[in-house]
Design a protein around this ligand. Structure first.
Ligand SMILES: *[C@@H]1O[C@H](CO)[C@@H](O)[C@H](O)[C@H]1NC(C)=O
Ligand SMILES: *[C@@H]1O[C@H](CO)[C@@H](O)[C@H](O)[C@H]1NC(C)=O
Ligand SMILES: *[C@@H]1O[C@H](CO)[C@@H](O)[C@H](O)[C@H]1NC(C)=O
Ligand SMILES: *[C@@H]1O[C@H](CO)[C@@H](O)[C@H](O)[C@H]1NC(C)=O
Length: 407
């Protein structure tokens, strides 16, 4: 969320990065509680052993229908549940409307789409109005946990405004059931933010790509507010995070191009974080799908992450939240920049303009032998929280054909 609630960084924030070792130790400990109950698209796996240099096997994988479906939930702004009212709904909708409507919407989306994975792109809770950040998070993520669907979350700019710091919020998240969220890369001692990590999505069980990551998911902490006095406004993705991204992308490329089944170019990547990149402002209605109803709430400086993404070459789409009443996707230099669209009822919105969620499906091609191969296309649509969960704005974000087969 950005409207009217911009605050200066609190003095406590600058101290958060102290005790990084303690945080890492706790993060590693928390990883012992990885989900045991796994859905059809997730393979059973032992607790992660980060100190062994063995290649970790992918925990997420494409289903036997050759698809992997992701539900994006942006800006829930969850607070105290039933006692927390809805914002910006029609006068006739005010009575009986609360955070529980956000919960009901997630349940409906899960029922309708049966996603393989759920990604919460920040401002998951609205710290200012929450009495207890841990309880707010438990309630906010409860539908994903109850459905036993693996999920991941990144931080927005409001998650830390309650009883927990950003570090504390991310620590709590990684300890929850069925989450694949990680605190930060275990091999790095210094990185800005909390909740920078990547996940690999393996090929179909029984196919030639069972041991390969054929879709790569990256998650980053886009910060909250600038801590640099001379720079006003929101946070940005820092050089330390971009370096981690570059190295991770290069490592994944090497693995993908190695036998067995060595590929000639990178597997497609999707990136999720909260605050949109400044480049999102370069679109207008002639070159995006969806609507723009407010200014782009990016940082006031450009830290170059878009260029870093273009250089790496694997990322096909970036998904953010933050601006609740923008819900478009536009393509720039071969990368789709997409908003999820505001999801939560205690978040600002536009009365009469339904809350919404974005769905992304990656589909595999068949190999010459008739088995499942690598990713052929990535499609998206949104669903509105209306009577019929109306699906809108379906489009192909990326397709192997259009970019041409790499020789
Ligand atoms: C909120 O949930 C209540 C209870 O299910 C329902 O009656 C009401 O229509 C919902 N409000 C909105 C705006 O969806
Ligand atoms: C996590 O799930 C397991 C098995 O479903 C359950 O026994 C445990 O209490 C859950 N833990 C939390 C923190 O909810
Ligand atoms: C995948 O890895 C397993 C375990 O190492 C191995 O037995 C199997 O042959 C591999 N399959 C393929 C298609 O590479
Ligand atoms: C979108 O179209 C406008 C003209 O209507 C143009 O100025 C802008 O550069 C285009 N943006 C992109 C990203 O193609």
């Amino acid at each position: 969320m950005k409207r009217a609630t911009m605050v200066q960084p609190s003095s406590t924030f600058v101290n958060i990065k102290k005790n990084l070792w303690v945080s890492l130790a706790i993060a590693v400990l928390s990883l012992c509680f990885v989900p045991i109950n796994v859905s059809a698209a997730v393979r059973r796996h032992p607790p992660q052993q980060h100190h062994l240099s063995r290649k970790p096997s992918p925990k997420l994988r494409f289903g036997r229908n050759g698809e992997f479906k992701i539900l994006q939930v942006a800006d829930m702004h969850y607070a105290d549940g039933k006692t927390t009212p809805c914002e910006d709904v029609l006068p006739s909708q005010v009575d009986g409307c609360s955070d529980l409507n956000t919960t009901a919407f997630i349940h409906r989306m899960i029922e309708a789409e049966k996603p393989n994975f759920i990604i919460f792109t920040g401002d998951n809770i609205y710290g200012f109005d929450s009495k207890d950040s841990a309880k707010s998070m438990d309630a906010a993520f409860a539908p994903a946990i109850a459905a036993r669907i693996p999920w991941a979350a990144v931080l927005g700019n409001h998650d830390q405004e309650g009883t927990l710091s950003r570090e504390g919020v991310m620590k709590h998240i990684v300890g929850l059931n069925h989450t694949l969220s990680q605190f930060n890369p275990s091999e790095l001692h210094v990185i800005d933010g909390f909740g920078n990590y990547n996940l690999e999505v393996g090929g179909v069980e029984g196919s030639g790509f069972v041991n390969k990551s054929i879709l790569n998911l990256y998650f980053l902490d886009s910060g909250d507010y600038s801590t640099v006095p001379a720079i006003p406004g929101y946070g940005w993705i820092k050089p330390s995070q971009q370096l981690w991204f570059q190295r991770t992308s290069a490592k994944l490329l090497r693995a993908y191009m190695s036998p067995p089944n060595a590929q000639k170019s990178s597997a497609p990547g999707l990136v999720y974080f909260h605050i949109p990149l400044p480049e999102v402002a370069s679109f207008d209605s002639t070159n995006f799908t969806g609507v723009r109803q407010e200014d782009i709430g990016s940082a006031s400086v450009n830290s170059g992450f878009f260029t870093t993404l273009v250089e790496a070459g694997d990322v096909k789409a970036v998904f953010t939240g933050h601006d609740h009443v923008n819900d478009f996707c536009g393509q720039l230099t071969g990368i789709q920049l997409c908003y999820g669209g505001g999801f939560g009822y205690h978040a600002y919105g536009k009365a009469g303009w339904p809350r919404r969620a974005r769905v992304v499906v990656a589909s595999l091609e068949k190999t010459e032998e008739g088995g499942w191969g690598t990713v052929k296309s990535i499609k998206t649509w949104k669903r509105l929280d209306d009577k019929h969960l109306t699906a809108i704005d379906g489009e192909v974000l990326w397709s192997k054909k259009h970019t041409g087969k790499v020789e």
